[in-house]
Design a protein around this ligand. Structure first.
Ligand SMILES: NC(=O)c1ccc[n+]([C@@H]2O[C@H](COP(=O)([O-])OP(=O)(O)OC[C@H]3O[C@@H](n4cnc5c(N)ncnc54)[C@H](OP(=O)(O)O)[C@@H]3O)[C@@H](O)[C@H]2O)c1
Length: 274
């Protein structure tokens, strides 16, 4: 039985599919796609300060007019902010961009600035100091939950050792052929939900025979097979699209089931970028 919400480790509910907005330009594109997502049943929107589209995403949320408590909004502190004295300012900037009094989840976008890669300096102390300010924002109610993104096991271990609040989730890249098993196992052992970003490998996953066969078998699209597989693994997928039909169909994954054999095929899928 697949749930339409997950419960985070601080007991708040999060809709089990989030609408991704990376690379959707601010303005009409971000506004319309967010609006289409909301109109068609998404209740969870994922953005970030560095996506530069918080304004249009927030405007669409406002114009659609749901009760604030009926939509879950995540945004992220830029990966290059490792000076804790800047965290509050950036969090408030995001709230201002979004036009919201609070966000439902606030994440450290990456343990390291993107330009550092995953080698080199670990920013252990910096991340703990940054996270401490996020804990204050959490206490003040400016964010309903706090978490991380792109954190490796060593980054999580460091944070857990020196912080008070367990991150509610870790948003990591996860798609067929890219399972990040060590991080997933660590998260599952510590009640940290795994959010699967780039579930379609940013659009490059499509056209492989194994997934096409499963799509045929279930009379579903390849995208729906992938999203269903991620849900059945117990993770939270974040599909992105600017195409109305795809936005709609990507949410239509609650009426079928992948059996053990299907799951095996998906788990063993070898991804080769095309
Ligand atoms: N925390 C991080 O560091 C991080 C990094 C990457 C992503 N993310 C989050 O995860 C979200 C998703 O990842 P992503 O943006 O890399 O992309 P993705 O969801 O893996 O793939 C999006 C691509 O797939 C296409 N697509 C979507 N649905 C489709 C369908 N049903 N059939 C065929 N093609 C389809 C989209 O095309 P169209 O848009 O043209 O329809 C787009 O080209 C992001 O938007 C962001 O919110 C987070």
């Amino acid at each position: 039985m697949i749930k339409t919400d997950y419960k985070l480790n601080n007991n708040i509910l999060i809709p089990s599919i989030g609408f991704g907005t990376w690379q959707i330009p601010d303005g009409d594109d971000a506004y319309n796609s967010t609006l289409w997502a909301l109109e068609n049943g998404y209740r969870h929107i994922d953005t970030a300060y560095v996506y530069r589209n918080e304004k249009s995403v927030g405007q669409a949320i406002k114009d659609y007019g749901l009760d604030r408590s009926d939509v879950f909004v995540t945004t992220k502190l830029s990966a290059n902010i490792k000076d804790s004295t800047l965290v509050r300012e950036y969090a408030l900037k995001s709230l201002d961009n979004l036009g919201l009094d609070y966000v439902d989840c606030y994440l450290i976008h990456n343990a390291r600035p993107w330009s550092d890669g995953i080698e080199g300096h670990d920013y252990f102390e910096e991340n703990v100091a940054v996270y401490k300010v996020m804990e204050e924002l959490y206490d003040e109610g400016k964010v309903r939950s706090i978490g991380v993104s792109n954190f490796l096991v060593k980054d999580l271990e460091n944070l857990l050792e020196y912080s008070m609040v367990i991150p509610v989730l870790n948003q990591i890249k996860l798609h067929p052929g890219y399972l990040q098993e060590d991080i997933v196992e660590f998260c599952e052992n510590h009640q940290i939900l795994v959010e699967a970003y780039s579930p379609f490998a940013t659009g490059k996953i499509f056209g492989h025979e194994d997934i096409m066969k499963l799509a045929q078998k279930h009379n579903k699209t390849e995208a729906q097979i992938i999203l269903r597989w991620i849900l059945q693994l117990g993770h939270l997928p974040l599909p992105k699209s600017v195409t109305k039909e795809r936005i709609i169909s990507n949410l239509d994954v609650f009426d079928f089931n992948l059996d053990d054999e299907d799951m095996k095929v998906m788990n063993n899928f070898k991804y080769e970028a095309q």
